[in-house]
Design a protein. Structure first.
Length: 392
């Protein structure tokens, strides 16, 4: 429990770390220090003297340690959408004779949008094939070029079996991409042990890097030198300051860099990752399950109007619990008005994230008490709570 290391407004129960992690107190000071003493005093010298240019790989190794990736196999930068595009383009080039990208209907829409955009632009007759999450294993066959999945479903928290699906896909000759947006910092991940070729993810959820924090991409080390980057950015060049007119990819994971490192965001993320020093993911997972199980039991006992949308088996879901309710958006707004913060995903899903770094049993019990009061007295049933904002 490291609640005292986060900035959470007094009285707030924050159950939305699966969407945006809270501010680590030290990160604010680190960003101010970076701006004054690095950017302010060093100006352009900061690229060398403050090590800005090396940060995308150096800090990425800290993220890599949380997803079971060996040093030098992960890089930070850009957005998750960009990393989806990079990974999928590279994966298709590794399997050029096949034309099917297999994913599931629970995948996060941006992954599917980027896939469709890529396939439209290359126009080589590929197909994005979508199946129900439970049907992925059965759908893997020798037509599949790439299996692209999000390990933890953003709506329900349903968790795919990474090792089993990776093995089945690779046995069938497919390349595998895992989106770890709802996994990194939430559940134990072993990318090296899984054998998957690629992983991507964001750092603003469970890793608390802040809104707009850079995304990451992992490439299995033995294939890194085979990849010809689809986004051949200047900083992915083997020698960017030689200013060659022709692109020559950098060594290994360096070639997956694209644009200028977001130095201010990286300073915040680097400090946020300090919180993980000495923390075992197995302990985080065990505590997350304990809190989630308590929440489910109490909600089902006190709020029978709600239906569990997440898997009942704790081992089959990530670090969030979702309940369905037709007016779920209004209920979430009523909760937020009472300082219990979750979020809503269409059409009817109320999501609650359980992050043991700053959530404890008392928080869970108090959140359910407030939810019960809202449901029993129908305080959600007002026009103000039903007026949808741009971000739900």
């Amino acid at each position: 429990m490291k609640k005292d290391q986060f900035t959470i407004p007094k009285g707030m129960i924050y159950l939305d770390g699966n969407s945006l992690g809270p501010l680590p107190k030290a990160a604010a000071d680190r960003v101010v220090d970076m701006m004054h003493n690095e950017w302010g005093k060093l100006l352009i010298k900061g690229w060398n003297q403050a090590g800005w240019m090396a940060q995308p790989v150096a800090i990425a190794d800290r993220v890599g340690a949380l997803i079971g990736a060996p040093p030098g196999s992960t890089v930070l930068g850009d957005t998750l959408s960009i990393k989806v595009y990079q990974a999928l383009a590279a994966a298709l080039n590794l399997n050029p004779a096949r034309k099917v990208i297999l994913s599931d209907k629970g995948n996060f829409p941006t992954d599917l949008y980027m896939a469709n955009g890529l396939l439209h632009s290359i126009d080589r007759g590929h197909e994005l094939r979508l199946v129900e999450p439970a049907d992925v294993s059965e759908a893997i066959n020798e037509d599949v070029a790439v299996l692209m999945l999000t390990q933890v479903d953003y709506r329900t928290g349903r968790m795919h079996d990474m090792n089993a699906l990776t093995k089945k896909a690779q046995d069938a000759g497919a390349v595998v991409i895992w989106d770890l947006a709802h996994s990194a910092g939430a559940v134990p991940v072993d990318m090296a042990g899984s054998g998957a070729e690629f992983a991507i993810g964001c750092t603003y959820k469970y890793l608390n890097g802040g809104p707009g924090a850079p995304a990451f991409i992992y490439v299995r080390p033995d294939i890194a030198e085979q990849i010809q980057p689809a986004l051949s950015g200047w900083l992915g060049h083997d020698a960017p300051f030689e200013f060659d007119l022709d692109y020559r990819p950098g060594a290994g994971i360096e070639r997956m860099r694209v644009g200028t490192p977001p130095v201010i965001q990286l300073a915040a993320l680097d400090t946020a990752l300090d919180i993980w020093d000495g923390v075992a993911m197995a302990d985080v997972r065990a505590r997350s399950i304990e809190l989630s199980e308590l929440f489910i039991a109490e909600v089902e006992k006190r709020c029978p109007q709600l239906s569990l949308a997440s898997p009942r088996d704790a081992q089959a879901r990530g670090s969030q619990v979702s309940f369905g309710f037709d007016d779920g958006y209004a209920v979430i707004q009523a909760l937020i008005a009472r300082d219990v913060v979750g979020d809503f995903r269409a059409p009817n899903i109320m999501r609650f994230g359980f992050t043991p770094l700053y959530i404890d049993v008392d928080d869970v019990l108090r959140a359910v008490e407030i939810l019960e009061d809202i449901m029993t007295n129908r305080t959600w049933d007002t026009p103000a709570f039903k007026q949808k904002a741009a971000v739900t």
